[in-house]
Design a protein around this ligand. Sequence first.
Ligand SMILES: *Cc1c(COP(=O)(O)O)cnc(C)c1O
Length: 377
Amino acid sequence: MMTPSALSCAAALLDIDLGAIAANWCLLASTTAPARCGAVVKADAYGLGAVPVVRTLLHAGCREFFVALVEEGVALRQALGGAWPADARLHVLHGALPGAERDCLAHGLLPVLNSLDQIERWQALAREQGRALPAAIQGDTGMARLGLSPVELARLDAEPARLDGIAATLVMSHLVSAEDAADPVNALQLQRFRALRARWPRAAGCLANSSGIFLGRDFHFDLSRPGAALYGVAPMTGRPNPMRAVVHLQGRLIQWREVAAGDAVGYNHTWTAARASRIATVSVGYADGYLRSLSSRAQLRFDGKTLPLVGRVSMDTVTVDATDVPADTLQPGALVDLIDSVQDINALAQQAGTNAYEILTSLGPRYRRQYLNDPRA
Ligand SMILES: *Cc1c(COP(=O)(O)O)cnc(C)c1O
Protein backbone atom coordinates (compact mmCIF):
# COMPACT_ATOMS: atom_id res chain seq x y z
CA MET A 1 0.00 0.00 0.00
CA MET A 2 1.19 3.49 -0.77
CA THR A 3 1.76 5.51 2.36
CA PRO A 4 -0.60 8.50 2.53
CA SER A 5 2.36 10.88 2.82
CA ALA A 6 3.66 9.69 -0.56
CA LEU A 7 0.61 11.15 -2.29
CA SER A 8 0.42 14.76 -3.33
CA CYS A 9 -3.16 15.16 -2.11
CA ALA A 10 -3.98 13.30 1.09
CA ALA A 11 -7.69 12.78 1.79
CA ALA A 12 -7.38 13.96 5.38
CA LEU A 13 -4.74 15.71 7.45
CA LEU A 14 -4.05 15.20 11.13
CA ASP A 15 -1.78 17.90 12.55
CA ILE A 16 -0.13 17.04 15.87
CA ASP A 17 1.42 19.97 17.72
CA LEU A 18 4.53 18.68 19.50
CA GLY A 19 5.20 22.14 20.93
CA ALA A 20 1.79 22.05 22.62
CA ILE A 21 2.53 18.58 24.07
CA ALA A 22 5.83 19.91 25.50
CA ALA A 23 4.05 22.99 26.90
CA ASN A 24 1.37 20.78 28.48
CA TRP A 25 4.02 18.59 30.13
CA CYS A 26 5.81 21.69 31.45
CA LEU A 27 2.55 23.01 32.93
CA LEU A 28 1.89 19.67 34.65
CA ALA A 29 5.50 19.43 35.84
CA SER A 30 5.40 22.92 37.34
CA THR A 31 2.05 22.14 38.99
CA THR A 32 3.48 19.04 40.68
CA ALA A 33 6.99 20.38 41.48
CA PRO A 34 8.96 19.57 43.57
CA ALA A 35 7.39 16.15 42.90
CA ARG A 36 8.51 14.75 39.54
CA CYS A 37 6.24 14.44 36.52
CA GLY A 38 6.23 11.43 34.21
CA ALA A 39 4.26 10.71 31.05
CA VAL A 40 1.91 7.92 29.99
CA VAL A 41 2.52 7.02 26.34
CA LYS A 42 0.51 3.77 26.10
CA ALA A 43 -1.57 3.01 23.01
CA ASP A 44 0.96 4.83 20.78
CA ALA A 45 0.73 7.93 22.97
CA TYR A 46 -3.07 7.90 22.82
CA GLY A 47 -2.94 7.50 19.05
CA LEU A 48 -0.62 10.45 18.38
CA GLY A 49 2.66 8.54 17.87
CA ALA A 50 4.72 7.30 20.84
CA VAL A 51 8.11 7.82 19.18
CA PRO A 52 7.79 11.54 18.31
CA VAL A 53 5.95 12.20 21.59
CA VAL A 54 8.64 10.50 23.71
CA ARG A 55 11.43 12.30 21.84
CA THR A 56 9.66 15.61 22.53
CA LEU A 57 9.14 14.83 26.22
CA LEU A 58 12.71 13.62 26.73
CA HIS A 59 13.82 16.95 25.29
CA ALA A 60 11.49 18.74 27.75
CA GLY A 61 13.12 16.87 30.65
CA CYS A 62 10.73 14.00 31.32
CA ARG A 63 12.48 10.82 32.53
CA GLU A 64 9.65 8.53 33.71
CA PHE A 65 7.50 6.91 31.04
CA PHE A 66 4.66 4.41 31.20
CA VAL A 67 3.26 2.06 28.55
CA ALA A 68 0.57 -0.60 29.05
CA LEU A 69 2.18 -3.58 27.29
CA VAL A 70 5.60 -5.19 27.12
CA GLU A 71 5.31 -5.05 23.30
CA GLU A 72 4.82 -1.29 23.45
CA GLY A 73 7.88 -0.91 25.66
CA VAL A 74 10.07 -3.08 23.44
CA ALA A 75 8.99 -1.22 20.29
CA LEU A 76 9.71 2.14 21.91
CA ARG A 77 13.17 1.16 23.17
CA GLN A 78 14.05 -0.32 19.78
CA ALA A 79 12.84 2.78 17.91
CA LEU A 80 14.78 5.16 20.18
CA GLY A 81 17.92 3.03 20.31
CA GLY A 82 20.90 5.01 21.58
CA ALA A 83 18.73 8.13 21.98
CA TRP A 84 17.25 6.62 25.16
CA PRO A 85 19.01 8.36 28.08
CA ALA A 86 20.62 6.16 30.75
CA ASP A 87 18.64 7.92 33.50
CA ALA A 88 15.19 7.46 31.86
CA ARG A 89 12.84 4.70 32.98
CA LEU A 90 10.10 2.90 31.08
CA HIS A 91 7.41 1.18 33.15
CA VAL A 92 4.95 -1.43 31.91
CA LEU A 93 1.57 -0.89 33.58
CA HIS A 94 0.25 -4.40 32.96
CA GLY A 95 3.43 -6.04 34.21
CA ALA A 96 4.75 -9.08 32.36
CA LEU A 97 2.51 -11.92 31.24
CA PRO A 98 3.96 -15.38 31.98
CA GLY A 99 7.03 -15.85 29.80
CA ALA A 100 7.54 -12.14 29.05
CA GLU A 101 9.71 -11.39 32.11
CA ARG A 102 12.92 -12.00 30.19
CA ASP A 103 11.82 -9.58 27.44
CA CYS A 104 11.28 -6.93 30.13
CA LEU A 105 14.75 -7.47 31.50
CA ALA A 106 16.45 -7.66 28.11
CA HIS A 107 14.92 -4.36 26.98
CA GLY A 108 15.38 -2.46 30.23
CA LEU A 109 11.65 -2.28 31.02
CA LEU A 110 10.41 -2.01 34.60
CA PRO A 111 7.30 -4.11 35.16
CA VAL A 112 4.55 -2.88 37.43
CA LEU A 113 3.91 -5.88 39.70
CA ASN A 114 0.15 -6.15 40.11
CA SER A 115 -0.37 -9.53 41.78
CA LEU A 116 1.37 -12.13 43.97
CA ASP A 117 1.75 -14.18 40.82
CA GLN A 118 3.63 -11.39 39.01
CA ILE A 119 5.80 -10.85 42.09
CA GLU A 120 6.63 -14.55 42.22
CA ARG A 121 7.67 -14.66 38.57
CA TRP A 122 9.81 -11.51 38.84
CA GLN A 123 11.41 -12.94 41.98
CA ALA A 124 12.21 -16.21 40.17
CA LEU A 125 14.00 -14.23 37.48
CA ALA A 126 15.93 -12.25 40.12
CA ARG A 127 17.01 -15.51 41.77
CA GLU A 128 18.17 -16.85 38.43
CA GLN A 129 20.11 -13.64 37.74
CA GLY A 130 21.65 -13.72 41.20
CA ARG A 131 20.73 -10.10 41.94
CA ALA A 132 17.81 -7.95 43.03
CA LEU A 133 15.68 -6.67 40.15
CA PRO A 134 13.92 -3.29 40.19
CA ALA A 135 10.16 -3.08 39.68
CA ALA A 136 7.17 -0.89 40.52
CA ILE A 137 4.47 -2.25 42.81
CA GLN A 138 0.81 -1.42 42.37
CA GLY A 139 -1.84 -1.74 45.06
CA ASP A 140 -5.57 -1.60 44.40
CA THR A 141 -7.18 1.26 46.34
CA GLY A 142 -10.62 1.00 44.75
CA MET A 143 -10.42 0.46 41.00
CA ALA A 144 -10.61 -3.35 41.23
CA ARG A 145 -8.77 -3.65 37.93
CA LEU A 146 -5.01 -4.01 38.37
CA GLY A 147 -2.90 -4.15 41.51
CA LEU A 148 -2.51 -6.15 44.71
CA SER A 149 -5.79 -6.66 46.54
CA PRO A 150 -6.08 -6.13 50.30
CA VAL A 151 -5.98 -9.93 50.73
CA GLU A 152 -2.75 -10.17 48.73
CA LEU A 153 -1.22 -7.27 50.68
CA ALA A 154 -2.04 -9.06 53.93
CA ARG A 155 -0.23 -12.13 52.60
CA LEU A 156 2.85 -10.03 51.85
CA ASP A 157 2.71 -8.59 55.36
CA ALA A 158 2.60 -12.11 56.80
CA GLU A 159 5.25 -13.54 54.49
CA PRO A 160 7.73 -10.75 53.72
CA ALA A 161 10.18 -13.18 52.09
CA ARG A 162 7.84 -13.11 49.08
CA LEU A 163 9.47 -9.77 48.25
CA ASP A 164 13.09 -10.95 48.52
CA GLY A 165 15.04 -10.04 45.42
CA ILE A 166 12.62 -7.30 44.37
CA ALA A 167 13.89 -3.73 44.60
CA ALA A 168 10.71 -1.64 44.69
CA THR A 169 11.39 1.65 42.90
CA LEU A 170 7.81 2.91 42.80
CA VAL A 171 4.68 2.20 44.75
CA MET A 172 1.58 3.16 42.86
CA SER A 173 -2.20 2.98 42.62
CA HIS A 174 -4.81 4.42 40.24
CA LEU A 175 -7.66 6.86 40.90
CA VAL A 176 -11.23 5.96 39.93
CA SER A 177 -12.91 9.39 39.52
CA ALA A 178 -10.17 12.00 39.75
CA GLU A 179 -11.82 14.24 37.13
CA ASP A 180 -14.67 14.81 39.61
CA ALA A 181 -13.16 16.69 42.57
CA ALA A 182 -16.40 16.31 44.54
CA ASP A 183 -16.40 12.50 44.46
CA PRO A 184 -15.71 11.19 48.00
CA VAL A 185 -13.89 8.17 46.55
CA ASN A 186 -10.85 10.45 45.98
CA ALA A 187 -10.31 10.96 49.73
CA LEU A 188 -10.89 7.27 50.43
CA GLN A 189 -8.29 6.25 47.84
CA LEU A 190 -5.84 8.82 49.20
CA GLN A 191 -6.16 7.34 52.67
CA ARG A 192 -5.70 3.79 51.36
CA PHE A 193 -2.73 4.87 49.26
CA ARG A 194 -0.98 6.38 52.28
CA ALA A 195 -1.31 3.04 54.08
CA LEU A 196 -0.04 1.17 51.03
CA ARG A 197 2.94 3.44 50.64
CA ALA A 198 4.00 2.98 54.27
CA ARG A 199 4.91 -0.62 53.37
CA TRP A 200 7.61 0.57 50.93
CA PRO A 201 8.96 3.74 52.57
CA ARG A 202 12.02 3.93 50.31
CA ALA A 203 10.08 3.62 47.04
CA ALA A 204 8.72 6.71 45.28
CA GLY A 205 4.97 7.22 45.74
CA CYS A 206 3.03 7.60 42.48
CA LEU A 207 -0.74 8.10 42.49
CA ALA A 208 -1.94 10.96 40.25
CA ASN A 209 -3.00 10.61 36.62
CA SER A 210 -3.77 13.86 34.72
CA SER A 211 -6.88 14.66 36.72
CA GLY A 212 -5.29 13.60 40.02
CA ILE A 213 -2.70 16.35 39.57
CA PHE A 214 -5.53 18.92 39.81
CA LEU A 215 -6.88 17.43 43.06
CA GLY A 216 -4.06 19.23 44.88
CA ARG A 217 -0.72 18.68 46.57
CA ASP A 218 -1.90 15.77 48.73
CA PHE A 219 -2.18 13.68 45.57
CA HIS A 220 1.28 14.47 44.14
CA PHE A 221 3.58 12.33 46.35
CA ASP A 222 6.93 11.83 44.53
CA LEU A 223 5.89 11.27 40.93
CA SER A 224 2.74 11.75 38.83
CA ARG A 225 1.69 9.86 35.69
CA PRO A 226 -0.35 12.09 33.38
CA GLY A 227 -1.42 10.88 29.96
CA ALA A 228 -4.57 12.52 28.58
CA ALA A 229 -3.82 16.11 29.64
CA LEU A 230 -0.54 16.02 27.70
CA TYR A 231 -2.60 15.52 24.55
CA GLY A 232 -5.14 18.29 25.28
CA VAL A 233 -7.84 16.38 27.17
CA ALA A 234 -9.56 18.60 29.77
CA PRO A 235 -8.52 17.12 33.13
CA MET A 236 -11.43 18.32 35.29
CA THR A 237 -15.14 18.24 34.49
CA GLY A 238 -16.86 21.57 35.06
CA ARG A 239 -13.63 23.58 35.10
CA PRO A 240 -11.92 25.51 32.28
CA ASN A 241 -9.38 23.42 30.37
CA PRO A 242 -5.84 24.64 31.18
CA MET A 243 -4.25 22.39 28.52
CA ARG A 244 -3.28 23.49 25.03
CA ALA A 245 -4.97 21.86 22.04
CA VAL A 246 -2.71 19.33 20.30
CA VAL A 247 -4.67 17.95 17.35
CA HIS A 248 -6.21 19.60 14.30
CA LEU A 249 -8.07 17.36 11.85
CA GLN A 250 -9.09 18.35 8.32
CA GLY A 251 -10.88 16.35 5.66
CA ARG A 252 -11.48 17.22 2.01
CA LEU A 253 -14.59 18.14 0.16
CA ILE A 254 -15.27 15.53 -2.54
CA GLN A 255 -18.48 16.85 -4.16
CA TRP A 256 -21.73 18.64 -3.40
CA ARG A 257 -25.30 18.55 -4.64
CA GLU A 258 -28.56 20.47 -4.30
CA VAL A 259 -31.47 18.67 -2.67
CA ALA A 260 -35.10 19.83 -2.49
CA ALA A 261 -37.07 20.45 0.71
CA GLY A 262 -38.33 17.04 1.82
CA ASP A 263 -35.40 15.09 0.32
CA ALA A 264 -33.58 12.79 2.73
CA VAL A 265 -29.85 12.15 3.07
CA GLY A 266 -27.66 9.14 3.79
CA TYR A 267 -28.13 5.62 5.15
CA ASN A 268 -31.64 4.95 6.44
CA HIS A 269 -32.66 8.51 5.56
CA THR A 270 -32.26 9.68 9.14
CA TRP A 271 -32.14 13.36 8.09
CA THR A 272 -34.60 15.19 5.87
CA ALA A 273 -34.02 18.65 4.42
CA ALA A 274 -36.47 21.20 5.83
CA ARG A 275 -35.56 23.63 3.01
CA ALA A 276 -33.85 23.41 -0.37
CA SER A 277 -30.28 22.56 0.70
CA ARG A 278 -26.75 22.19 -0.53
CA ILE A 279 -25.25 18.93 0.74
CA ALA A 280 -21.46 18.49 0.66
CA THR A 281 -19.60 15.22 1.12
CA VAL A 282 -16.32 15.13 3.12
CA SER A 283 -13.66 12.41 3.00
CA VAL A 284 -13.65 11.15 6.61
CA GLY A 285 -15.84 8.48 8.19
CA TYR A 286 -16.11 6.04 11.05
CA ALA A 287 -13.29 3.89 9.64
CA ASP A 288 -11.13 6.91 10.46
CA GLY A 289 -12.39 7.06 14.04
CA TYR A 290 -14.90 9.78 13.27
CA LEU A 291 -17.45 7.98 15.40
CA ARG A 292 -20.82 6.93 13.98
CA SER A 293 -22.44 8.22 17.16
CA LEU A 294 -21.68 11.73 15.80
CA SER A 295 -24.39 11.22 13.12
CA SER A 296 -26.47 14.44 12.80
CA ARG A 297 -24.69 15.84 15.89
CA ALA A 298 -21.24 17.27 15.19
CA GLN A 299 -20.33 20.33 13.18
CA LEU A 300 -17.62 20.85 10.61
CA ARG A 301 -16.17 24.19 9.59
CA PHE A 302 -15.30 25.65 6.23
CA ASP A 303 -14.02 29.17 5.61
CA GLY A 304 -15.03 30.15 9.15
CA LYS A 305 -18.60 28.93 8.59
CA THR A 306 -20.29 26.13 10.50
CA LEU A 307 -21.48 23.12 8.51
CA PRO A 308 -23.83 20.89 10.53
CA LEU A 309 -23.25 17.18 9.98
CA VAL A 310 -26.46 15.74 8.53
CA GLY A 311 -27.50 12.10 8.36
CA ARG A 312 -25.44 9.06 9.25
CA VAL A 313 -21.67 9.04 9.43
CA SER A 314 -20.61 6.51 6.74
CA MET A 315 -17.45 4.40 6.76
CA ASP A 316 -15.46 6.81 4.59
CA THR A 317 -17.57 9.97 4.39
CA VAL A 318 -19.77 12.42 6.20
CA THR A 319 -22.37 14.71 4.67
CA VAL A 320 -22.82 18.30 5.80
CA ASP A 321 -25.36 21.04 5.22
CA ALA A 322 -23.46 23.67 3.24
CA THR A 323 -26.50 25.72 2.19
CA ASP A 324 -25.11 28.88 3.79
CA VAL A 325 -21.77 28.63 1.99
CA PRO A 326 -21.49 30.22 -1.49
CA ALA A 327 -21.49 27.40 -4.06
CA ASP A 328 -18.47 28.76 -5.95
CA THR A 329 -16.26 28.35 -2.85
CA LEU A 330 -17.08 24.64 -2.52
CA GLN A 331 -14.21 23.38 -4.65
CA PRO A 332 -13.33 19.66 -4.73
CA GLY A 333 -10.28 19.12 -2.53
CA ALA A 334 -11.05 22.10 -0.29
CA LEU A 335 -10.08 21.49 3.34
CA VAL A 336 -12.84 21.21 5.93
CA ASP A 337 -12.15 21.26 9.69
CA LEU A 338 -13.41 18.33 11.75
CA ILE A 339 -11.41 18.94 14.94
CA ASP A 340 -10.27 22.52 15.52
CA SER A 341 -10.23 25.22 18.17
CA VAL A 342 -14.01 25.68 17.94
CA GLN A 343 -14.89 21.99 18.21
CA ASP A 344 -11.95 20.40 20.00
CA ILE A 345 -11.57 16.80 21.12
CA ASN A 346 -13.41 17.57 24.37
CA ALA A 347 -16.41 19.12 22.62
CA LEU A 348 -16.48 16.35 20.03
CA ALA A 349 -16.43 13.71 22.78
CA GLN A 350 -19.45 15.34 24.35
CA GLN A 351 -21.31 15.27 21.02
CA ALA A 352 -20.43 11.60 20.58
CA GLY A 353 -21.44 10.64 24.12
CA THR A 354 -17.96 9.42 24.99
CA ASN A 355 -14.75 10.82 26.50
CA ALA A 356 -11.92 12.61 24.71
CA TYR A 357 -9.64 9.60 25.35
CA GLU A 358 -11.75 7.55 22.96
CA ILE A 359 -11.75 10.33 20.36
CA LEU A 360 -7.93 10.42 20.44
CA THR A 361 -7.30 6.67 20.47
CA SER A 362 -9.78 6.19 17.59
CA LEU A 363 -7.96 8.59 15.23
CA GLY A 364 -7.51 6.49 12.14
CA PRO A 365 -4.54 5.12 10.23
CA ARG A 366 -5.60 6.77 6.96
CA TYR A 367 -4.83 10.30 8.12
CA ARG A 368 -1.65 11.92 6.92
CA ARG A 369 -0.02 12.78 10.23
CA GLN A 370 2.04 15.97 10.29
CA TYR A 371 4.10 16.86 13.35
CA LEU A 372 4.29 20.60 13.93
CA ASN A 373 6.36 22.88 16.17
CA ASP A 374 8.90 20.25 17.19
CA PRO A 375 10.78 21.95 20.03
CA ARG A 376 13.89 19.94 19.09
CA ALA A 377 14.04 21.39 15.59
C1 LIG B 1 -3.79 5.36 31.46
C2 LIG B 1 -3.26 5.44 32.86
C3 LIG B 1 -2.75 6.65 33.36
C4 LIG B 1 -2.90 7.97 32.62
O1 LIG B 1 -4.18 8.47 32.91
P1 LIG B 1 -4.71 9.84 32.27
O2 LIG B 1 -6.09 9.97 32.82
O3 LIG B 1 -4.69 9.64 30.80
O4 LIG B 1 -3.80 10.91 32.72
C5 LIG B 1 -2.14 6.64 34.60
N1 LIG B 1 -2.05 5.49 35.31
C6 LIG B 1 -2.56 4.33 34.87
C7 LIG B 1 -2.45 3.12 35.72
C8 LIG B 1 -3.19 4.26 33.64
O5 LIG B 1 -3.71 3.10 33.22
